[in-house]
Design a protein around this ligand. Structure first.
Ligand SMILES: [Zn+2]
Length: 81
């Protein structure tokens, strides 16, 4: 099993779908048993989603943005790991 350090080092590639099949299995296996890394991955995924949503221009409609972020968060919770 991966250590948490090894897990964290792979997190970004895991979320980007850059890992080999074998490494994905290792990561999934670790996540199954490690609540801390699960939380870490979830926050990282949320952060990536946030970055995707954020416009390049200064935000004019903050309410609309907040709603989209809330929707992403909901989706993330439903999606599981
Ligand atoms: Zn861990």
């Amino acid at each position: 099993m991966l250590t948490c350090k090894e897990q964290v080092a792979r997190s970004s590639d895991y979320l980007d779908g850059q890992l080999t099949f074998r490494e994905r299995l290792l990561v999934r296996h670790h996540l199954m048993f490690c609540p801390n890394c699960r939380r870490f991955i979830r926050q990282m995924r949320l952060m990536q989603a946030t970055l995707r949503i954020l416009p390049d221009d200064p935000v004019k409609d903050v309410d609309a943005l907040a709603q989209r972020l809330a929707a992403e968060r909901l989706k993330d919770q439903k999606g599981g790991e």
